[in-house]
Write a protein that binds this ligand. Structure first.
Ligand SMILES: Cc1ncc(COP(=O)(O)O)c(C=O)c1O
Length: 377
């Protein structure tokens, strides 16, 4: 029986090996490792891909979110509304600026924050909303932008898991004041190390992020603000330039994999399959099912025993994390996300996953659920 990992990056690399090696070698022999032409070219190509005016690259998706908040001058006394169902980075950076994250409940069907709950969470201190396009599916950006405009709030899109995703035909990262991207290797557009970028149509925000990421400096050894050191290195930019050319085909492959999962698993009563609610804009960074009747852990264990590694993103919603105990959220306060967090299971999903492997996974899921049900009865 073949082992199946949640992600296999080596398969993707194998297909672009000679192109990627050559691009990396060119950077190595150029002697320009930080900033320089390759980074600038990547930024321009990324802007063109998303149809935005400016991309400013940086060291990670976390840094992109932090720089975005800093550029919008969000800090102590401010509140930022976001989803409790995301990677810690989304909220961590709010706290790092001195502002307070405010979590609202999600929609079980999309896993994204429920825009209908935004208005009730807005206070005189609210400055911004961070919608997170989780698992590759866009938040309802029509609704988010309408509310943000009405209340004069900034919107920072967390696009870390959704490069290339669309809301009604328009790419995420082009709706809000700033879009934030991660190029962590497992993302839809992933490098061979850490990397990130912000996107915007506002020249002054682009300039401010550029200044902040270079130690708060526009001019060498003159520092206007307390900044950070956060740069995309030229080797990563060279690899990302190549992968960007293939991003739409990678996302198409992810879509095909999701379709096959749907065909293979839709007859199983014990699992709820993910659906695309964004008018065909889902880019399937994850294929995440919901396992009913408290059987998630049992299913995961059974799959492990069969050599199939599935993942739980995320077992504890952020409002219940120890680090946010101080915010005073109570158990059951955000009931949808708390239920969903106990049900989600992400099955292997990556370009290069083979149909026969998906059949092996589907068979194992069915067998494991049958077994669990026998145990329960
Ligand atoms: C939703 C979300 N936001 C932000 C990040 C942070 O990105 P990075 O790991 O590049 O710092 C991630 C990465 O996993 C993420 O999934």
């Amino acid at each position: 029986m073949r082992k199946i990992p949640p992600v296999d990056l080596a398969r993707q690399y194998a297909k672009i090996e000679s192109e990627a090696n050559q691009a990396v070698l060119e950077v190595l022999s150029s002697g320009r490792y930080i900033n320089g032409p390759v980074v600038t070219q990547f930024e321009q190509e990324f802007s063109d891909y998303l149809n935005v005016l400016y991309t400013v690259s940086c060291g990670s998706g976390t840094a992109a979110l932090y720089l975005a908040l800093r550029a919008l001058k969000i800090g102590p006394g401010d509140e930022v509304i976001t989803s409790p169902f995301t990677f810690i980075a989304t909220a961590e950076v709010i706290t790092l600026t001195g502002a307070t994250p405010v979590f609202i409940d999600i929609q079980a069907e999309t896993f994204n924050l429920n825009p209908e709950l935004l208005e009730a969470a807005i206070t005189p201190r609210t400055r911004a909303i961070i919608p997170v396009h989780l698992y590759g599916q866009a938040v309802d950006m029509g609704r988010v932008m309408e509310i943000a405009e009405r209340y004069k709030l900034y919107v920072i899109e967390d696009c870390a898991q959704a490069t290339g995703a669309k809301w009604q035909g328009r790419k995420v990262g082009s709706f809000g004041d700033i879009g934030c991207f991660s190029f962590f290797p497992t993302k839809n557009l992933g490098g061979c190390g850490d990397g990130g970028a912000i996107t915007t149509n506002n020249v002054s925000l682009a300039q401010t992020v550029k200044m902040l990421k270079e130690h708060g400096s526009n001019k060498r050894y003159s520092h206007e603000e307390t900044g950070v050191n956060s740069r995309l290195d030229a080797v990563q930019a060279a690899i990302l330039r190549i992968k960007l050319k293939y991003l739409d085909s990678y996302n198409q492959e992810r879509y095909n994999i999701a379709q096959l999962y749907e065909n293979l698993l839709s007859h199983l009563p014990g699992v709820i399959l993910p659906k695309d609610h964004s008018s065909s804009g889902h880019v399937w960074n994850q294929y995440t099912v919901r396992v009913k009747d408290g059987l998630r852990e049992e299913l995961k264990t059974q799959l492990d025993l069969k050599g199939i590694t599935s993942m739980v993103y995320y077992p504890i919603p952020l409002h219940l994390q120890p680090v946010y105990k101080k915010l005073g959220y109570l158990k059951d306060q955000l009931p949808i996300v708390e239920g969903v967090a106990s049900e989600v299971l992400s099955l292997p999903m990556f370009p290069g996953l083979l149909p026969e492997e998906q059949k092996q996974i589907a068979y194992a899921v069915q067998e494991s659920l049958d077994y669990s049900e026998i145990l329960l009865s």
